[in-house]
Unconditional design. Sequence first.
Length: 319
Amino acid sequence: MANAQLSTYADAMRTFEWDKVVTANGGFYVRRAEPVTFRSAPELRREYEHTRVLNEAGWPIRFITRWLRDENVPSYNAIGMVPPPLVCPEGTLNLWTPSPLDDGAPYMHDAEGLKVILDYIEMLCSHNPEDKTSLIDWMRQIVEQPGVRPGRAPALYGPQGCGKSMFARLLSALLGNKNVVHAPPPQQFDMQNHQHRFLFVFEEYGGGRDDLRSLMSDDMIRVRLPYVADHMIRNVTRCLVLSNTEPDTLNGRLFPIRCSGEHANDQGYFERLNIVIQSPDALRTFWSYLKRRGPWARVRHRLYLRSIVLYWLDLTKPL
């Protein structure tokens, strides 16, 4: 009777959440759920030693013992983060997680919420149109082409309480918390320990560091994986720097944006803004707005206008 309640090995294997990675330097197992977790074979065996399933003959067996020995379990020979438009190489375990907003789900257009977000960004940029355009274009590339690294990062600086951290919260809402990490201060940061993150938010930024410059400029970065030697992966990461004072630009790798103190420590304003940022319709409307601002969207718009003009000229052409 007890055996009837057990799953079959085949059913348990289909829902098992661990992936097998075997590199030239060794093997390990990865669970892609948040947080991304790594295990060795002995650790995995201890963790699931009490899980029983039924084999083909209907007898109970230890699931993990069978799974670790199963040659039919798919395995990968590399690990990395490969967002679109990049194509993930065959045999690479892709740790990229798309934004929850990029699922094409229906939503109600929230024009008022969009205006609140855009007004906030304009205020944050001290009403400087060039800074606002630069910041929105940086966000647009994240939305449209996360796999294309811009090589530069915004550095927001201004008085404490002016809303810099709220911008990081907006990015987390757009990309999903799994893709964004609030990194420790640069003096303590080790990029080799964060290989499965996409965007790094650096607060209390106090000066240039070679590893931060590398994070923004190098095509490949070395990451530290458990159980194997250091591993090289393609660098697609983004950085956001927040500071109370104007930061070092790292030889042009950072583009500073002076933030307005217009709403500094205005608790009521930021509470209202936070409500909008948590609204699914407002976020999806802003996501769509960022995609419409992209270069291909502008090309499509120009082609559409050109077709209208040609159609009108054709109508007015004398017979």
